[in-house]
Structures are given as structure tokens and as C-alpha cells.
Design a protein around this ligand. Structure first.
Ligand code: ZN
Length: 686
């Protein structure tokens, strides 16, 4: 029987994918690819046409086979599929390390860069080769003898340490629970939270209510539980996870693992010739230096602090007005914030939902996109093989009616579908031998599904999620770059990749845009102004406090991985405390071991990169402010954003694309304004 994964031409046929054929297909393609690379490297000299084109083709074949498997495993998982998927992961990581360690391939690409032909290449080709060489170098291909062995050992150790850190955190989190049969102890919790705690007990075959340290359970208690002792108990357990202060077993203490991670990352960076791990991390990012990031964070902090101080004291005063005596403690913050928010805005998310029906929101999204970027988006007439009846397949056409992108839209939560929302590539834009391959995206969300004959009604947050992912999708689909490594989101710096997605979110807050997005599903009435005003005012509630919290994490991350001396977990703690003293306006408790659970930077990809959240927000807010100046649906501004940013993909540095659009470098003013942080405050304090 023919294996359908081996030769995918256009779109994958999802219904033909047989779990048993997945691993053999991936093995066969990898073996073919390695053989092909060996053969390519036998050539006496190398050109774009005889090396890069064929390399791109074999990459494309692998990515077309793997993309539907990865996707199905996320949206329609079952045991067999998960096993087949997981069995392929080591094969793929082994394949990619074989390529990144292939010195002959590195030399071959370098010879193209050093050849006379290179200067005639377009910007995208040049950038894609430079990027390739850089990732070879960062993968240690340049190293010799002892150093190379050491480097490979460090890579292995680090991946092991990171997964141990994550596992400890998971085990410590899951080991703790608190049970009660007495509903009085849980006073204040809304019905949905009680139902969640009850279900959690039932799943463990227990009676009553079960509180855990999983995020939804933790947040529900911290936000709503009237019982202060209970809040403190849950807070204490949460902030000491995987530490020596832990209420749970200390065998999950991450302290020594953190020490090793910090030391080994530093060693790795030094072998590659960098001053620090932070320098290594920034090598592939838009920010140019550690100093630039640190002063960016400190500047943002200084401007946000006065507003944060005011927010904190308003919360304190409101708590006192309710009879609270003394200073609020960390386990009181979320609780009194929620009370103050309700008091001030008297506004329920539920009130908005009738205005955000699925059809209206999606139509509005397409209409706004069409106005801005001169495209039309329509459902495809052809029947396309997909993984569920609720999935739509759409075409994006340019002003001449040419199809320039396609996407699957899978909006609703469903069983066996991974949570969250994301955009993923199905097919990359790629031009070879005069054939143009049109990019295809998967846009996946987990929104409230329709019930019966009623349309699905979304919360405002859900609407924002759709716009966000669609922004990523536009980046992938509206690109005009023909080289797959730098087309769309490929080759875009990590700290700039959220620009288009966060940019699109802004439309969910604009009155003019809401005229098309938000109409009552029964009456067609536009979202009333009074409701809009409440929603808008609540947007920035305690935003300066949230801003400082993010800056605290980001600055700690940067200073830690830029430090040349840190050896012990006590020193790690010290850096965190210094940062808190400098940044935070709230107190914390001495036994708090936040760092032992900060998996973004110790186990995930955010090391010396946590600042990216704020960095990208500066870019998106500043980009949107051009629309505020010129008209939020101004097609000329839209065209400029399209041609300077969206179409360029990763074919040039993100800073160049930004400056092309804005005519200057990014400024933080728009972010502060959008966050409701008045800038006069900052001026008073400087
Ligand atoms: Zn995103």
C-alpha cells in the first residue's frame, strides 16, 4: 500500500493518514535526505542552484510530511497517534543535530557566501545563507577536538538538566492537594470554580472539593476565597514548589539543578566565544546588547512605578474600607484586586457575549483584514480533506483575484484537542523552478463551541485570541518572499515575532472596528457605547502593577544570565532580591522561591529572552499608533504595514522592517499610553 505521507504535493489528506505508516514514512524521508545531502556534497563546487535549491526541496518534503502528523496529534489525538508521533521526535532531533554538526555542509554553504555570485543574490537569499551559517556556528560546528567533545557534552547535560527541572516542578505541583467537605471553607468561590474543585476530587475518587496547585485552581482560590487562612496555605505551597522551603517533599528541590544550568550555559557561551549566556541568547534576537535590554527594562520600570504605587495604595485603601486591618500580604493581592475591580467597573464579561457571535466576529475580522491589506478572504468551494466537520478552509486573494494564501480555521474546543491557541505552518511559501508554492496555515483555537442551533458566543478575551492568531497567520500567508527559510515567520527574530499578532489584537479595542465585529446576534445592534466604555476602562485596571511584575521577571532573567560569578542558589536568590528591591512596589515573603518554578527560563526557551514579551509589545503598540494617527482602518497605512513588515517575513532584520514602516526606531510611548500609564507621572519623578 502506498504511504500517503511520502509524497505530499499540495495539501495533506488527513483522513488517509494511518498511524502505522507515520514512523516508517519519517524514517524513509530522513534516510533519503541524508543520502541526498551526502551526494550533493560530492560536487566539486557549490552554487545556490546545485546545493541550496535541492536542500530546500528535501526540507520541504520532510516538513510537509511531519506538519500534518504534528498537527493531528494536537487537534485529534489518540494513543496510537501519540505513540507514533513521540516515536518520531528523537529521529527528528537526531536528524537535525546530524545536519547542524555536518562540517562539510557548513563549508559548502560558506563557499557560496564567499563566492563572487553572492553579491548578486537578493536580500532574502543573502539573509537566509547568513542565518544558516550562524546556526551552524551556534551549534558548535567550528569547534575542534577537546572543545567539540566538551560542547556536545554540555548540550546533552543541559537538555537533561532542563527536563529534570521541569519534572521536579511538575511532581512537586502535583503532589500537593487540599481537601474539604465543608463548603463554608470555600465561601466566595464562584460556581464554576466549585464545580472544577469538585470534579478534581471526583477524578481522584474522593469526596468533597480538591484544591491543587494547577493554575486554574490556584488562581480561583487566590482571587475569590474569602477564607484568608486558606489563601495563605495555598500561596505558601505554590511559591515554595520544588524548593528547600517546600511543604511537599524536598527531593524535588531544583536548587542544585539551577546552579548547574547557570554554570553550564555560561560555559557553553564561553566556548562559542561569547562573554555570557545573555550575549549568546541575544545573538539571534532583535535587541542588540544586554545593556540595551537592561536599560529598556529599567526605563519602562521607572515610568510605570508611580502609577503602580498609586494602584497598590488604592487597593490597600479599598481593602481597609472593607474592614481589613494592617498591610496587605501577597495572598491578599489578587483577592482585593478582584473586589476593587468589581466595585469600580460593575461590569461582567457575560454582558458582552451576545455581541460576539462566531459568524459576526469572523466576518468582521475578514472585513478589517480586507480593508487594511487589500485582500479578500472567502471560504473555499472545493471540498478539502480535514480532521473535523467544524473546520473551515479559506482562501486569501489579492486585489487581482490571485490566491496568495490558504488556511484551515479550527475555532472550537473539542475532545482530544490540546488546549490553547496557535498558528502553525502547513505549507511554506516557496518558489522553485518557476513554480510557486502558496503558503497554507493552520489556525487553531479552543473557543466556546456553538450549542444547538445557536451560534457560538465568544468572550472578549476569546475574540482577542482569534485576532492574535490571525495576525501570526497573516505574517505566514501574506509574505512575498520566495526563499522558504526566511519567508513568513521563518527567520524572524524571536523578540519580534509577536509584532503582527499583538498588532491585530488592537482592533478588538477600537470603537470603529467593533462596529463590524460586535453586533448582537439576535437584533444586529452594535455594542452599546456604555458597555464599550466599561470594557475599555477595565482594560487597564492595575496595568502598571502587572507591567512591573513582568519587568521584575525579565530583569532577573537578564541579570542572572549576564552574570559571570553566579555559582550557588543563594547567589541566584540574591540577584532576585536585588531586582525586587529595585523594581517592585509590593512586598514578598522571605521564603518565596519563585525562581525554583520559573520554568520559562530554566527549562524553556526563554532564557535571557523573557524580556521579549515586553519588547514585542513596544513594537506592536508603536506600529498601531501609526494607525491611530492616520486612521485605524486607513488603507494606505495598511499597505505600508503590509509591504514593510508582513510581506518581508524574515528576509531582513526586524528593525529594518519596523523603521521602514514607522520612519524611525520604536518608542515606548505608545505602549505606556495603551496601558493607561500617564507619562506626566514619569516626568515628575525624573
Ligand atoms: Zn503569539
Amino acid at each position: 500500500m502506498k504511504n500517503p505521507l511520502l509524497h505530499i504535493k499540495d495539501l495533506p489528506s488527513f483522513s488517509d493518514i494511518d498511524e502505522a505508516q507515520i514512523q516508517p514514512a519519517i524514517e524513509e524521508i530522513i534516510a533519503d535526505n541524508l543520502k541526498a545531502i551526502d551526494q550533493l556534497l560530492q560536487q566539486p563546487e557549490f552554487t545556490w542552484e546545485n546545493l541550496i535549491d535541492p536542500m530546500n526541496l528535501i526540507d520541504d518534503r520532510l516538513s510537509k510530511a511531519w506538519s500534518p502528523v504534528r498537527h493531528l496529534n494536537s487537534v485529534k489525538s489518540n494513543d496510537k497517534l501519540r505513540d507514533a508521533h513521540n516515536a518520531c521526535l528523537p529521529l527528528l532531533s537526531d536528524y537535525s543535530s546530524k545536519i547542524s554538526q555536518n562540517r562539510a555542509l557548513y563549508e559548502a554553504i560558506r563557499s557560496i557566501v564567499e563566492s563572487g555570485a553572492f553579491t548578486d543574490f537578493n536580500e532574502a537569499k543573502q539573509k537566509s545563507l547568513h542565518d544558516a551559517l550562524r546556526s551552524f556556528r551556534l551549534g558548535g560546528v567550528d569547534l575542534e577536538g577537546e572543545e567539540q567533545i566538551k560542547f556536545q557534552q554540555l548540550q546533552k547535560d543541559l537538555s537533561d538538566l532542563q527536563s529534570r527541572y521541569e519534572n521536579n516542578l511538575l511532581d512537586a505541583t502535583q503532589s500537593w492537594q487540599w481537601l474539604t467537605d465543608d463548603e463554608n471553607e470555600l465561601e466566595g468561590l464562584p460556581d464554576y470554580a466549585l464545580a472544577m474543585l469538585k470534579q478534581s476530587a471526583e477524578q481522584k475518587k474522593l469526596s468533597g472539593y480538591r484544591i491543587t496547585l494547577e493554575m486554574p485552581s490556584y488562581l480561583a482560590v487566590m482571587t475569590y476565597a474569602d477564607n484568608r487562612e486558606l489563601r495563605k496555605r495555598v500561596y505558601d505551597a505554590f511559591c515554595t514548589r520544588a524548593s528547600d522551603q517546600g511543604i511537599t517533599d524536598q527531593k524535588w528541590d531544583n536548587a542544585s539543578i539551577m546552579e548547574d544550568i547557570v554554570k553550564k550555559r555560561r560555559e557553553k557561551a564561553k566556548i562559542l566565544g561569547f562573554n555570557s549566556y545573555a550575549d549568546l541568547s541575544l545573538e539571534t534576537k532583535m535587541a542588540e546588547s544586554v545593556d540595551e535590554v537592561i536599560s529598556f527594562l529599567r526605563d519602562l520600570a521607572a515610568r510605570s512605578r508611580p502609577a503602580a504605587q498609586r494602584e497598590a495604595s488604592e487597593r490597600q485603601q479599598y481593602a481597609e474600607s472593607l474592614g481589613f486591618v494592617g498591610d496587605l500580604e501577597p495572598w491578599d493581592y489578587a483577592y482585593y484586586s478582584e473586589k476593587l475591580k468589581n466595585h469600580r467597573f460593575k461590569f461582567k464579561e457575560e454582558d458582552l457575549k451576545p455581541y460576539f457571535s462566531d459568524r459576526q466576529v469572523i466576518e468582521g475580522l475578514f472585513k478589517i483584514t480586507g480593508l487594511l491589506f487589500d485582500v479578500t478572504i472567502e471560504q473555499s468551494d472545493e471540498t478539502v480533506d480535514s480532521w473535523d466537520d467544524q473546520v473551515g478552509f479559506y482562501l486569501i486573494k489579492d486585489a487581482q483575484g490571485q490566491i496568495i494564501g490558504k488556511f484551515f480555521l479550527d475555532l472550537y474546543a473539542r475532545e482530544n484537542k490540546r488546549g490553547g491557541a496557535w498558528m502553525d505552518e502547513c505549507v511554506n511559501r516557496y518558489r522553485i523552478n518557476n513554480h510557486l508554492q502558496i503558503p497554507v496555515a493552520y489556525l487553531t483555537c479552543n473557543l466556546t463551541p456553538p450549542i444547538g442551533y445557536q451560534p457560538a458566543l465568544f468572550t472578549h478575551d476569546e475574540v482577542i485570541t482569534v485576532f492574535h492568531e490571525f495576525g501570526h497567520g497573516l505574517h505566514h500567508m501574506l509574505t512575498r518572499i520566495d526563499e522558504p527559510d526566511v519567508a513568513g515567520i521563518n527567520g524572524v527574530e524571536w523578540d519580534a515575532v509577536e509584532l503582527p499578532s499583538q498588532f491585530m489584537e488592537n482592533y478588538c479595542w477600537q470603537r470603529d472596528a467593533l462596529e463590524t465585529i460586535a453586533r448582537h446576534f439576535e437584533t444586529g445592534e452594535v455594542l452599546p457605547r456604555e458597555l464599550y466604555n466599561k470594557m475599555y476602562d477595565a482594560r487597564n485596571f492595575e496595568s502598571a502593577l502587572q507591567m512591573l511584575r513582568q519587568i521584575e521577571f525579565a530583569l532577573f532573567d537578564m541579570l542572572l544570565f549576564d552574570n559571570d560569578e553566579v555559582e550557588s542558589s543563594a547567589q541566584i536568590q540574591q540577584i532576585l532580591e536585588q531586582v525586587r528591591n529595585e523594581i517592585s512596589v509590593l512586598k514578598t515573603v522571605p521564603y518565596n522561591r519563585f525562581q525554583n518554578g520559573f520554568s520559562h527560563i530554566f527549562a524553556g526557551g526563554y532564557a535571557a529572552g523573557y524580556y521579549s514579551y515586553k519588547w514585542a509589545e513596544v513594537l506592536s503598540a508603536d506600529a498601531f499608533s501609526a494607525f491611530e494617527e492616520e486612521g485605524i482602518l486607513n488603507p494606505e497605512t495598511g499597505q505600508r504595514f503590509l509591504s514593510c513588515v508582513l510581506q518581508q517575513g524574515g528576509s531582513r532584520p526586524a528593525m529594518e522592517s519596523f523603521c521602514c514602516f514607522r520612519g524611525r526606531k520604536p518608542s515606548i510611548d505608545a505602549l505606556l499610553r495603551h496601558s493607561g500609564i500617564p507619562q506626566a507621572d514619569a516626568l515628575e519623578t525624573v
